[in-house]
Design a protein around this ligand. Sequence first.
Ligand code: ADP
Length: 495
Amino acid sequence: MADKAILAIDQGTTSTRAMIFDSRGGVLARAQAELRQHFPNEGWVEHDPEDIWGDTLRVCREALSKAGLKPGELAAIGITNQRETTIVWERATGKPIHRAVVWQDRRTAEECRRLEAVHSLAVAAKTGLVIDAYFSASKIAWILDHVPGARERAEAGELAFGTVDCFLLWRLTGGKSHKTDATNAARTLIYDIGKQRWDEELLKLFRVPRALLPEVMDNAADFGMTDAQVFGAKVPIAGMAGDQQAATVGQVCFEAGQIKSTYGTGCFALLNTGETFVPSRNRLLTTIAYRLDGKPTYALEGSIFAAGSTIQWLRDGLKLIKSAGETEALARGGGGSGSVYLVPAFTGLGAPYWDPFARGAIMGLTRDTGIADIVRAGLEAVCYQTGDLMGAMADDFGRAPTTLRVDGGMTVNDWVMQRLADLLGVPVERPVVTETTALGAAFLAGLKVGAFPSLEALAGLWARDRRFEPSMPEEERRRRRQGWVDAVRRVRSAN
Ligand code: ADP
């Protein structure tokens, strides 16, 4: 098996992970490091690219040592990453000229709002995105405008831009490869996802010099070989994808109509829409699920701001529980009227409501409401919000998904998974390997080097841990959903 071992680097927002998989998708080893966060101003979030690089090397070495492998014994490396986070570095030295500006960073919100008012339709038609500080373009311009001399140096071709995938590739290859993949490019706001190329008009609009940009590759491609000096051996880097897209591949959602939903701090759902770029009427995003052999497969993407973070709030804010794990037993325990609703609009409401001024509420309290009812309502909120997203997706795509594949930290909670199936009215499937993001990166790399022969072969490797069948009577489902709709109506802002 060792000859087909594949290393996946999963560089996330709060941690960096390395996982080694065998050629059946089984986990041989894993290692993880917390990533230091910097908050230099209100609404600003930064990472030090040197931390990202140092942590990456450390976790890769640790995982290799745990698996008893030498770098030279790896068949390939795949990279997956927090998306949109922006790094600009010097081509001559590989040194970043500023800390990474993280996707959550709001410093360019005003500028984006101004552009959105005028250019939203044209930009959405090319990128599938809304003009928001979340995406890379305005972050690149901010760095060039605030680091002395950077704009001139960028025009002169002395600097390089990349999202985290691209920066790690540059470092791993000793500065030989300046490449990214189509899914990461799709999140920059300067890439035309229909024509599959950087777009001159968008570059002008966001004031991004072309000389900064990497080459855009398929998700399974020759990204380069690791530098022997850096890694101790030459290993092909053969797979790359943004985290949510990698999870879609890890969940083998290769058919149009298949959907995966990842439940961590927030929740991200991606619906494979096949070869069709489906524009959204519900302000979902249109994006590239993956691109293989030059052929893009598209997706609709929706996110829930507060999923696991609602549980963290019940624990740390209200102190109703000591650990997230307690919620399952509490939710299972009976009692209460079952009509308490918690709307976790801590930072507003996302799709399909898009109300940044809405704030959260707990409703339906009676004299016998207890801790269990509030905890249950917090867990149910994630299910109702998934229902809202799936409703928007079904409306845009023209047909409703028939099953939901789930992953992420919250999916260990069987009560939530059953409730999700009940409230959606569709089966929910949980895989054996829930680290689907890393698995997807390994699948992509393995596809390229022949460790996995085809997408069909990958689909055959996906193993189900458990399938949750909906069992709630239709009448009850409708009544509860109506209660949720009513609760959301009451927290909406006036405008
Ligand atoms: P991220 O990748 O965003 O850091 P993870 O996928 O590691 O998140 O998931 C962690 C989240 O899952 C936390 O917000 C936590 O509150 C939630 N969580 C963990 N265990 C449970 C559980 N048993 N029930 C409900 N939520 C849980």
